[in-house]
Design a protein around this ligand. Structure first.
Ligand code: ATP
Ligand code: MG
Length: 388
């Protein structure tokens, strides 16, 4: 059996709401574990959670914890009785493990939540440190150790080293639901992930233009949605065929305006869908001036006909940091597969860069596009990306 010790993140400072946040975080963890078909023992104490599972489940548990939004870190831990002898022995074991990993220097950090424990944290560090020093062949380095052996005195004594950083943030399900405009690109999955780290549940909507876009392009978006869903307790992906809408724009509008108009239509469709499925906002992967449609003027045109808030978590990010995030969450390699998006399909050589909202609105109205949007909305395809 292995015991994992988990540290809930930012929740600790949320005052009144803390209980609700903690409740949601626990539920999320247990849902992810049960979706993975894993049997565990779970225990929550003030400020720490513990999971106990068999060694064979270790990989699955680690993978779940790396996707659990709301914890600041976790580690495999040894639990022992609260006496100096057992604690020192456990520290020596931990030291030996570190030494096997090739680690040369260490320090001990101790924390007594149980203040009735008769040895102070400082004494504990000294005694356990000495024992490790003598037996495990490691040297102490207080300022810059290769690793830290931690002792926590709680209901039991917990000893661990290494440990991994969690995703932090607020647990998914604590901040309403948003509808993510998910393209096959690099940005939008990251945008969804970032909002999930603020506690938002996510649904996604994708516009394609089959047969002008390929089935592979659609499949790619489904793969991205599945990864995004693995961080936010699953998501529903609504796929709409926007071919008629795009054709109408192409037929009736000046080429230079097509991108702005398509984005206006997407926003309108997204808002209508969001209202139906009880999403409170729209989320996009836009980043200021990244492409022609993302100048502040064109962004303004795109959202000028809808009322719902549009969240753009990447608006001030440069591409390099978006790519780093995409690599971190595992969407990058899929996003760079070369399948065409419905935006690029009809994209003009010389697009309007600084659209004026009133002019955009007038052209948009002349397209009589609303029935086509409604038709697309009535014929959606739903892909449920559940936890697995
Ligand atoms: P991305 O990497 O997210 O595709 P991008 O740089 O290609 O971004 P645009 O194509 O202008 O930028 O799209 C901006 C945002 O609009 C996307 O991040 C996404 O939220 C939304 N979007 C674009 N195309 C689609 C689509 N086909 N379906 C749904 N949303 C889309
Ligand atoms: Mg795109």
């Amino acid at each position: 059996m292995i015991t994992w010790l988990l540290k809930p993140g930012e929740l600790a400072i949320k005052g009144e709401n803390r209980k609700t946040f903690e409740f949601i975080l626990k539920q999320n963890l247990l849902r992810m574990i049960s979706a993975g078909g894993i049997k565990v023992k779970f225990k929550a104490t003030a400020g720490r959670y513990y999971i106990e599972a068999s060694d064979e489940e270790a990989e699955k548990i680690e993978s779940i914890l790396s996707r659990l939004i709301g914890i600041s870190g976790w580690a495999k831990t040894a639990a022992c009785k609260k006496n100096l002898e057992d604690i020192t022995a456990a520290c020596i074991e931990e030291g030996k493990k570190l030494s096997l990993k090739g680690i040369k220097t260490f320090k001990i950090e101790a924390r007594r939540t149980d203040k009735s424990f008769p040895v102070t944290s400082y004494e504990l560090c000294c005694k356990a440190g000495e024992a490790v020093l003598d037996t495990a062949g490691l040297k102490v380095d207080i300022h810059n150790p290769d690793d830290v052996i931690r002792i926590e005195i709680r209901e039991k004594a917990y000893i661990y080293s290494g440990g991994r950083k969690g995703l932090n943030g607020l647990p998914v399900g604590s901040a309403g639901r948003g509808l993510l405009l998910l393209s096959g690109g690099i940005d939008s999955p990251v945008a969804g992930f970032l909002m999930a780290t603020r506690g938002m549940s996510i649904d996604a909507i994708h516009f394609h233009a089959y047969p002008y876009t390929s089935l592979e392009a659609k499949q790619k978006v489904i793969s991205l949605a599945k990864i995004a869903g693995s961080y936010c307790l699953g998501l529903r992906l609504y796929i709409l065929n926007f071919k008629q809408v795009q054709m109408r724009i192409k037929e009736r509008a000046e080429t230079a305006w097509t991108t702005v108009l398509l984005r206006m239509a997407m926003m309108e469709a997204a808002e209508k869908a969001a209202l139906k499925i009880k999403c409170k906002c729209i989320i996009t992967g836009e980043s200021l001036s990244q492409v022609a449609s993302q100048t502040i003027e064109n962004i303004n045109c795109a959202e000028s006909r809808i009322k719902m808030p549009v969240l753009r978590p990447l608006i001030g990010f440069n591409k390099e940091s978006i790519i780093l995030q995409a690599q971190r969450i595992g969407t990058y390699d899929i996003s760079i597969q070369p399948y065409e998006d419905c935006c690029t399909l009809f994209s003009p050589k010389h697009p309007v860069l600084y659209g004026e909202a009133a002019e955009a609105a007038a052209i948009y109205e002349s397209l009589e596009i609303e029935p086509l949007i409604d038709e697309a909305l009535n014929n959606y395809e739903l892909v449920k990306c559940d936890l697995s």
